[in-house]
Design a protein around this ligand. Structure first.
Ligand SMILES: NC(=O)c1ccc[n+]([C@@H]2O[C@H](COP(=O)([O-])OP(=O)(O)OC[C@H]3O[C@@H](n4cnc5c(N)ncnc54)[C@H](O)[C@@H]3O)[C@@H](O)[C@H]2O)c1
Ligand SMILES: [Zn+2]
Length: 344
């Protein structure tokens, strides 16, 4: 099956379990890391039919999502004399996808690239929508571009080798989309297991439909795309406080969702029962739902370090019932303190 991401300048398809052959009469460079290549590179290479096909293997890890690695990828492009018709292919999770997209956006002022996400997080979120970014000493994803892929191929077979914890982290992003956009998908997630292959395929489709629809409406995140940051305002502070070492991003998002829901509950937007249902679903996938805030003032101040805070206002994305959302940037400081207090 395939889902179209409809954009003004460039539309493309996200294919689910449709990767049979990639035929390109151009040069291709596949970007991957040693972990992913050990599992899936041979399978991918057997499906690529190109003029020339090269592979660059970069170190595995968020800490390598930087300019040094971008230079390594660029070197490979120059070495093999890629031209403006050449194509980069990202085989990996969000880190590989973000770096490949960014390199594609700057090599000779921009060439095409294809996303082949191998984590659940990148399949449902990072690989669709064209945001690319790398980190530097000032923070995460502060350098980047909007650069849409020409196609995305999600293969459930590639996701099978994911460590359990990484799979759960991806589930947090899935639950994020269900809570804010789709009540019936949320209920489906409550009643089904994603460890059944056909179910995983269905869930991927539902999430990618949501993401594609959001991106089609708001490619540059000036409106509804910001809803995908539900849970993230809190998660970014948690990731910062724990120095990006204790939690995977999705795990921090899970805690962030719980905190955002506490705020929504205080504002009368979410019932006690719905709040509990979301917690239960997060727990079903072994995601953390508890966190101890040691210093509320410090936690609150850290909201303003987020690149999405503007004019000294924090924009909270809150669930409005299950399946709805609201964006609010005028919440009383005292109420936020009260909610943070529930976690101290
Ligand atoms: N561009 C966007 O819109 C967007 C959205 C969300 C997140 N992101 C970015 O994505 C990154 C996080 O992505 P991620 O969670 O995929 O992390 P990741 O790319 O680091 O992958 C997680 C780990 O899983 C390994 N791995 C990947 N696929 C595997 C497989 N099939 N089998 C076994 N191991 C596998 C990786 O080597 C890595 O060690 C962050 O840098 C974040 O900023 C971008
Ligand atoms: Zn996220």
């Amino acid at each position: 099956m395939k889902i179209e991401v409809k954009l003004k300048d460039k539309s493309y398809f996200v294919h689910i379990d449709e990767l049979e052959k990639i035929e390109l009469d151009t040069k291709v460079v596949v970007v991957t890391n040693p972990t992913v290549s050990a599992f899936h590179l041979d399978t991918l290479l057997s499906k690529i039919d190109a003029l020339e096909c090269h592979v660059v293997t970069v170190p595995d890890g968020e800490k390598y999502k930087n300019f040094e690695t971008i230079n390594q990828i660029l070197d490979e492009c120059f070495l093999h004399r890629l031209d403006r018709k050449s194509v980069l292919i990202a085989l990996g999770g969000g880190v590989i996808g973000d770096m490949t997209g960014f390199t594609a956006s700057i090599y000779q002022r921009g060439i095409e690239f294809i996303q082949i996400p191998t984590t659940l997080l990148s399949a449902v979120d990072a690989s669709v929508g064209g945001k690319t970014g790398i980190n530097n000493k000032y923070g995460k994803n502060l350098v980047g571009s909007f650069w849409q892929p020409s196609a995305v191929y999600c293969e459930t077979a590639f996701l099978k080798t994911l460590p359990k914890r990484e799979f759960s982290a991806g589930m947090a992003e899935m639950i994020k989309m269900a809570v804010t956009f789709d009540r019936s998908f949320f209920e489906w997630l409550e009643n089904n297991s994603l460890h059944v292959e056909a179910n995983l395929q269905y869930a991927l489709r539902e999430c990618i439909k949501i993401k594609a629809d959001v991106v089609s409406q708001d490619e540059r995140e000036q409106g509804v795309r910001a809803v995908l940051n539900y849970g993230h305002t809190f998660a970014h502070v948690i990731e910062n406080e724990t120095k990006y070492s204790k939690y995977l991003h999705g795990e921090a998002v899970a805690i962030g969702i719980v905190m955002a829901n506490e705020l929504a509950f205080e504002l009368g937007l979410l019932s006690l029962e719905d709040k509990k249902r979301v917690n239960l679903l997060l727990k079903k996938y072994d995601l953390p739902v508890e966190y101890k805030i040691n210093n509320i003032e410090k936690f609150y101040d850290a909201f303003f370090l987020d690149k999405k805070s503007f004019n000294h206002k924090i924009k909270f994305i809150l669930a409005k019932g299950i399946g709805g959302y609201i964006m609010k940037d005028d919440i009383e400081k005292s109420l936020i303190f009260k909610v943070l207090g529930n976690f101290s």
